[in-house]
Ligand binder design. Structure first.
Ligand code: AVI
Length: 301
């Protein structure tokens, strides 16, 4: 299985999607509130300042499809401003959050049809059909989560969104930008150590769900910016020579050997434009904060 295969690679790795169980999602929420973690705050600031223009760009009669909607907190602003949206389709793997958010949204927006989809949004899922005919499909993918994909998977995922939305559709996406590496470094090495706890929680999760015997105090959080690859790399580094067990398998660690747990790519506007083009999308609009730390972009199919 994926976890064992990752730990048996010459450079050990674990998929970052496993960060997000209940505790991991709560830790991530705390990260988004940290002074050092500028991403969420900056995206929200751009959204607040440009919401009129963003809503006008998306246009009337949208079917808004949110990839990884969680509690749909960021979406309310959009739903408040869109002109006569036809439907909102939140997609999330966590059924509990999805259904709770959907009930709350139905109460707040009785005029918008809420059609939740419980799925891993990178897999093939079927879109429900809204009761009201017509409407343009617009995907929403905030948070610069696209940064957590390597280049080719990112291209494939964007191409899949383009196919889902079809001609005339679009994608509103949050993309984190290249900047001074010390700012990037701080964002993934916060003083309070929340990012370290978030990273180490991955091992805690494997221990409780798969019965591994990782000793959490024998691994350290290590995150750095790799300028050649244009990404933050997050690792868990073994602090001793040790063995870890997964079922009947034994995984050996050298002292200072790492498990690569996440990449977070940062783009220039040109680089992201090229990626979008290679996925069959066209950059129509870009909104930035004054420091040009983060971008919200509207791509058309
Ligand atoms: C969800 N994603 C965009 C975050 C990021 O910044 O890459 C995940 C994260 N990892 C460490 N801090 C936050």
């Amino acid at each position: 299985m994926e976890i064992l295969q990752g730990l048996q690679k010459p450079i050990k790795e674990l998929p970052s999607k496993y960060f997000y169980d209940e505790v991991g999602s709560q830790l991530f929420d705390r990260i988004t509130e940290l002074d050092e973690y500028y991403l969420t705050r900056t995206e929200l600031q751009i959204m607040q300042q440009q919401i009129g223009d963003i809503a006008a760009t998306l246009g009337p009669h949208c079917i808004l499809i949110e990839y990884g909607s969680g509690r749909s907190l960021k979406t309310r602003q959009l739903l408040d401003h869109l002109e006569q949206p036809v439907a909102y389709m939140p997609i999330d793997i966590s059924k509990e959050h999805l259904l709770q958010a959907s009930v709350e949204l139905s109460q707040s927006y009785p005029h918008i049809e809420i059609l939740p989809i419980c799925a891993d949004y990178t897999s093939n899922f079927t879109l429900p059909r809204p009761t009201q005919p017509g409407g343009r499909k617009v995907a929403y993918y905030p948070g610069s989560t696209i940064g957590n994909f390597d280049r080719e998977p990112a291209r494939k995922f964007l191409a899949q969104i383009a196919r889902t939305c079809g001609k005339g559709g679009g994608l509103l996406i949050g993309v984190d930008l290249k900047k001074d590496f010390s700012i990037l470094h701080r964002a993934y090495n916060d003083q309070a150590g929340i990012t370290a706890t978030f990273n180490l929680h991955l091992l805690e999760r494997l221990n409780s769900e798969l019965g591994t015997d990782f000793q959490l105090d024998q691994f350290g959080h290590y995150a750095f910016y790799n300028p050649g690859q244009g990404r933050i790399e997050m690792h868990l580094v073994s602090l001793s020579k040790q063995q870890v067990h997964l079922g009947k398998e034994q995984i050996a660690f050298h002292n200072y050997e790492s498990i690569w747990t996440e990449s977070s790519y940062k783009y220039t506007l040109d680089e992201f434009g090229q990626l979008a083009t290679s996925a069959g999308l066209h950059v129509e609009r870009i909104w930035l904060d004054p420091k040009e730390f983060f971008s919200i972009q509207y791509l058309s199919v």
